[in-house]
Design a protein around this ligand. Structure first.
Ligand code: FE
Length: 232
């Protein structure tokens, strides 16, 4: 099987939230699609190990925020590479409580959907949850972030819990720097390239990794500078 074919499938990028009675969480998801029109239903695929999976099972409801192209890697890193069992991800983002009581992430969201669980399918490592849409609205007219844009323009990686994760996923290659000068985040696989720097994180293009302040963190997952390893 040529697994690179799987990279030809198109997706978006979403923050999926769920929970009840004060226990809420959210995570990045790239697998969400409309299933039927009447009634309007959507499906999502969630890793069984994720805290959000547990909360959808318990509360039987979830919300989906559709992210804009402008969503920074720090937001995606927070919701995609950290566990809600360790940090309250919803603390530092703007949310509103939806009709289901689930917090909906508004930061960098162009629209949202809220759903009540009507069906689920056990798929081994993941569960497909199908929900009936109970509310939906648009927030802005910005362009939605596609999964392709996330990978190619933002340099993002798939979390190992993502339905689309491939072990052999190639690192995003840049021609500007010799490999020896590039550093890889041991947590998420983000590659720091001195030719590009990390302008969003205050590191100008041309900055050597050694010259980045120790307070700098991985723009994707928030890991400390010390977690980076020299690219082999
Ligand atoms: Fe990282």
């Amino acid at each position: 099987m040529n697994r690179s074919v799987l990279h030809k499938i198109t997706y978006g990028l979403y923050i999926i939230t769920s929970g009840q009675e004060g226990n809420f969480n959210g995570q990045i998801g790239n697998t969400m699609f409309q299933v039927t029109s009447e009634p309007a239903t959507i499906a999502i695929s969630i890793n069984k190990g994720n805290y959000t999976h547990e909360l959808i099972k318990l509360s039987r409801k979830f919300a989906v925020s559709i992210l804009s192209q402008a969503a920074p890697m720090t937001l995606i890193g927070l919701f995609g590479f950290k566990s809600g069992r360790e940090v309250n991800k919803l603390l530092d983002v703007k949310t509103k409580t939806g009709v289901t009581g689930v917090p909906i992430v508004l930061d960098y969201s162009i629209a949202y959907l809220e759903a009540e669980l009507i069906s689920e399918l056990d798929c081994g490592t993941h569960t497909i949850f199908v929900g009936r849409i109970v509310d939906a609205d648009t927030i802005s007219n910005e362009e939605p972030m596609t999964y392709d844009y996330y990978h190619k323009v933002k340099g993002g990686k798939a979390s190992k819990n993502a339905p689309t994760y491939l072990k052999e996923e190639p690192a995003v290659k840049h021609e500007q720097a010799a490999p020896a000068n590039r550093y890889v985040c041991s947590v998420c696989g983000y590659v720091y390239d001195p030719a590009i720097g990390d302008p969003d994180g205050g590191v100008a293009p041309g900055t050597r990794f050694e010259d980045i302040p120790d307070s700098w963190v991985c723009p994707v997952c928030g890991a400390a500078k010390a977690q980076f390893e020299k690219e082999q």
